[in-house]
Ligand binder design. Structure first.
Ligand SMILES: CC(=O)SCCNC(=O)CCNC(=O)[C@H](O)C(C)(C)COP(=O)(O)OP(=O)(O)OC[C@H]1O[C@@H](n2cnc3c(N)ncnc32)[C@H](O)[C@@H]1OP(=O)(O)O
Ligand SMILES: CC(C)C(=O)C(=O)O
Ligand SMILES: [Mg+2]
Length: 524
């Protein structure tokens, strides 16, 4: 069996290897704001090479001195991948690309020219016949510099099929070893795109000598679907980028192509040479160097790609991972499946989370914690482990408290007076009062004093956020002093006033227990 992927692909052998051509450093860098420094490009190239990308399009050498230097440096250092440099159908571009890739173990010149009527009329301002001559001359020139020449028909999908076949024929005759038929403006649908490959390969006599390649843009969100459709019509090279970055809406995403091919090998029958466990790392690297965040729900590498929040899905995942996952997170380099605790979570996931956090609650305590967890999740966007710990700890600590906060409404602001309306459950009966104070906390504590008259000194009042964000839970600590007796209390809630009332009551509950103990001791 042929081991060189391009030879195997041209031969169309069974068990086909699809050639992965990564253009993150060229088409990817073309999108506004994605410019990478020289060092960043080398880092990305090293990562792509280690991951097993077959061809790295390292840049467009004529575009700038910096691009030329980057392509040259990448050509010199990369160990395995073929290094391609892009060139227009212009002698100077081709010579510059040849100069840059000549240092590579395997160098490729990728030259392109428009073929569609709209491009010929308005951009190139050339006739079809003139462009045919240009193709012959420029591909031949490139072939004099390197063995490996890719020719692309820019805007192929809006080109008449007869003329496209003539162009491909000219390119192959002039020595092109790879023929790329790009959907430059992301206009094609999968069946159309596949049909174009089928027709060109059938009609152009020398097409069996070249590898056919896809290059799809995502303007209609069809880049990956189109690329895969073309595989079925004989394409054996797919051009793509990490995270799908590229012109406008981007290119086909490498990680999606690779995992679709791997996961659906039963249907697609091909494979790539990519080490998929490096996909997450490559995605993070490209996101960091381009400053382009990866959308949360991005397939394969988005932070939600292996995260489950809804109770039914979490229950399924806990019972058998494949109930709701078609590939493992480990296979793409993501640590593990995560069960995100939120308002859609159910008891099974909550129980598993408690176990992970080291809690072993009895049925009643568990039910109580679950009810309070649901209530917190209703009010808070992200429920972190720390939130659950605070919630459970609070429940355990206050299970036997005589006084509990039922509800609290506070009017704050600079127009005063700050007022607190508080309902407490005291020994099973509910009592409500309204109190004012010098600020919302003072009003809240005054309300407690009205319901539970006592004389103590507030020695400490401290607030800190349990987690981050404006919806984080506040954790309040208070210390009360009554003569020799000193007690502390803590309370947590997304509402700082409720957390304050809970903390104060927690301390007061402890004080009562201490008083009772002392009375008992004195009686003895
Ligand atoms: C679909 C794609 O992704 S194509 C690649 C797009 N990438 C880039 O353009 C990034 C790098 N580009 C650049 O740095 C510059 O555009 C350069 C260096 C290539 C050219 O710069 P300039 O010489 O100043 O030309 P400019 O960009 O203004 O216009 C492009 C010229 O190339 C011509 N051209 C465009 N594509 C091709 C082609 N494939 N073959 C030959 N000529 C072409 C245009 O017709 C235009 O020619 P004109 O000046 O005679 O009208
Ligand atoms: C240069 C070519 C291959 C391109 O990027 C496109 O047509 O989208
Ligand atoms: Mg492109």
């Amino acid at each position: 069996m042929t081991t060189d992927p391009s030879t195997a692909a041209a031969e169309g052998s069974e068990g086909d290897r699809v050639i992965i051509f990564d253009t993150t450093l060229r088409d990817g860098e073309q999108c506004p704001g994605a410019t990478m420094t020289f060092e960043e490009k080398l880092e990305v190239a090293d990562c792509l090479d280690e991951m097993g990308v077959d061809i790295i399009e390292a840049g467009f050498p004529i575009a700038s001195e910096g691009d030329f230097e980057a392509v040259t440096a990448i050509a010199k250092r990369v160990q395995n991948a073929t290094i391609a440099g892009l060139a227009r159908a212009i002698n100077a571009d081709i010579d510059r690309a040849g100069e840059a890739v000549k240092h590579a173990r395997r160098g490729r010149i990728h030259t392109f020219v428009s073929t569609s009527p709209i491009h010929l009329a308005h951009q190139m301002r050339k006739t079809e016949a003139e462009v045919l001559e240009i193709i012959t001359a420029t591909v031949a020139r490139a072939r004099n510099l390197v063995e490996d020449v890719e020719w692309s028909a820019m805007d192929a999908t809006r080109t008449g099929i007869d003329y496209l076949c003539q162009c491909v024929d000219a390119a192959i005759k002039a020595g092109a070893t790879t023929i790329n038929l790009p959907d430059t403006v992301g206009y094609a649908t999968p069946d159309e795109y596949a049909e174009m490959f089928r027709q060109v390969r059938e009609r152009v006599p020398g097409s069996d000598k070249a590898v056919f390649s896809t290059h799809c843009h995502n303007d209609l969100g069809l880049a990956v679907a189109n690329s895969l459709a073309a595989l079925g019509a004989g394409a054996r090279q797919i051009e793509c980028t990490i995270n799908g970055i590229g012109e406008r809406a981007g290119n086909a995403a490498l990680e999606e192509i690779v995992m679709a091919i791997r996961t659906r090998r039963d249907k697609l029958r091909y494979d790539t040479g990519i080490e998929s466990t490096m996909l997450a790392r490559a995605s993070k690297l490209v996101s960091a160097v381009t400053n382009f965040p990866v959308q949360y729900n991005k397939a394969i590498v988005g932070r939600n790609a292996f995260a489950h929040e809804s109770g039914i899905h979490q229950d399924g995942i806990l019972k058998h991972q494949q109930t709701y996952e078609i590939m493992t997170p480990e296979s793409v380099g993501v640590g593990k499946t995560s069960l995100v605790m939120g308002k859609h979570s159910g008891r099974n996931a909550f129980r598993s989370k408690l176990k992970e956090l080291g809690y072993d609650l009895g049925e009643n305590a568990f039910e109580d914690a679950f009810v309070r967890f649901k209530s917190l999740a209703d009010r808070k966007k992200h429920v972190y482990d720390e939130d659950i710990e605070a919630l459970v700890d609070q429940g355990i600590a206050h299970m036997h408290d005589r006084m509990k906060v039922v509800s609290l409404t506070v009017i704050a602001g600079n127009m005063g007076p700050q007022t607190a309306t508080l309902t407490l459950d005291i020994d099973g009966a509910q009592h409500t009062v309204q109190a004012t104070g010098n600020g919302p906390v003072d009003a809240t504590f005054n309300a407690i004093k009205m319901l539970v008259p006592h004389e103590v000194k507030l020695d400490l009042y401290q607030v800190h956020a349990v987690t981050e964000g404006t919806d984080a839970q506040a954790e309040v600590s208070v210390r009360l002093e009554e003569g020799e007796r000193m007690v502390t209390g803590r309370g947590a809630d997304t509402d700082t006033m409720v957390a304050s009332a809970r903390a104060y009551l927690a301390a007061l509950n402890k004080l009562m227990v201490k008083r009772q103990k002392m009375a008992h001791v004195q009686q003895i």
